[in-house]
Design a protein around this ligand. Sequence first.
Ligand code: ADP
Length: 238
Amino acid sequence: SPEPTPILQADGLVKRFGGFYALGGLTFHVAPGEILGLVGPNGSGKTTAINVISGLYAPDGGRVTFEGRSIGGLASHRLVHLGINRTFQVPKPFLSLTVRQNIEVALAYGRSASAPPSIESLLQEYRLAEVADRPAQDLNNVQQKTLDLVRALATGPRLLLLDELAAGLNPTELDWIASRIRSLAQAGMAIIVVEHLMGFIEQITDRVIVMNAGKEIFEGTLAVAVKVPEVIEVFLGG
Ligand code: ADP
């Protein structure tokens, strides 16, 4: 079957910190409805890739297009309005605001993106209804992670970037969050997942990019990736 047209295409992305190349020419794409995993050893540039795609850092080279439009160097808030949003390894809610208020802020921030879900439906679907009127600082780990995801969803993204969303979750919570992510993809969202838990990556991704030293060294399914000598070597040697 023909490959769907990518919603995001990155070609030869470069990001330097001083003389160090965190991304040394990274090329990948993701299509609507697809869950792409970025995997690789610590320091291989996965989070930097998310940071560049989400506008936290401007790339030092290469090209990124979203829905056919060049977006390299656009600031995060512009990208949110275009339909790209993310979660963070360490969630950063407004701690003294309630869960509901945090979502309201996100809804206002993403005002021009595609039609966002309602606050009530988000609270219900993501199991935050019971804590809706509590300050975000009272939330436990899974609730903090979930709120971060919901805040991203409230801006109506068509491309969602998840950085270590699964870290620290127990197996039941992992299954639940995996089912939520899959249902977002089934509704047409493009999703990029950075995750260390290979079981979780295997469970939810359609395809992975294996990174090493700021470049892709493999593209395909995780099942195939784990049989490729170069991939095995970077994981064992990394
Ligand atoms: P990964 O997510 O694969 O573990 P990162 O993208 O976090 O890797 O980091 C890639 C490399 O870039 C690492 O060597 C890291 O130390 C470096 N790096 C990342 N962000 C910065 C930064 N803001 N300043 C300097 N070096 C950074």
